[in-house]
Design a protein around this ligand. Structure first.
Ligand code: NI
Length: 171
């Protein structure tokens, strides 16, 4: 296992559309392990492979409460198969946009399919934070960030801020 660097905006790789995982093999399982370790270290509740620079449709998540035992989850090639008309507003954050939080409106419930670590096709229904998180992570696989769902004014402001920080770091 190894900790990986998390890409931060305005890194262009965050806009890549990730490719499906073709075979759930040892390499993919090792990548998932690294992602979980990186996610816990950050700390965060969800991570998409592209956030560590791997353009693969692979997501890790742990929505357990701090006081509870860890509940790592890995979703390979996740795909929304149904979403509710009903929407919810949740405050979202992202490890690729550190320390920035904003309310985002999304369908309150979704159903999605994915491959598990044994390569078996699964389908689950998600609501609450689970629904928000999986939609946020699947967005990453399509090169979409949660700031794309907020007003242009707010988005421009946050992108400008992180572009400035990146420039200063490069100097
Ligand atoms: Ni994110």
């Amino acid at each position: 296992m190894a900790l990986r660097d998390i890409l931060v905006i305005p890194d262009k790789r965050l806009r890549i559309v990730s490719k499906p995982v073709e075979a759930v093999d040892a390499q993919v399982r090792a990548l998932a392990e690294d992602m979980l370790e990186t996610m816990y270290d950050a700390p965060g509740i969800g991570l998409a492979a592209i956030q560590i620079g791997k353009p693969l449709r692979l997501v890790t998540m742990d929505l357990s409460k701090k006081e509870d035992e860890k509940a790592p989850q890995v979703f390979i090639n996740p795909e929304i198969t149904w979403s509710s008309d009903e929407v919810n507003v949740h405050e979202e954050g992202c490890l690729s946009i550190p320390e920035y939080y904003e309310e985002v409106e999304r369908p309150s419930k979704v159903r999605f399919s994915y491959l598990d670590l044994d390569g078996k096709l699964q389908e689950v229904e998600a609501d609450g934070i689970f629904a928000t998180c999986i939609q946020h992570e699947i967005d990453h696989l399509n090169g979409v960030l949660f700031i794309d769902h907020i007003s242009k004014l707010k988005r421009d402001r946050v992108v400008k801020k992180y572009t400035k920080i990146a420039k200063q770091a490069a100097e």
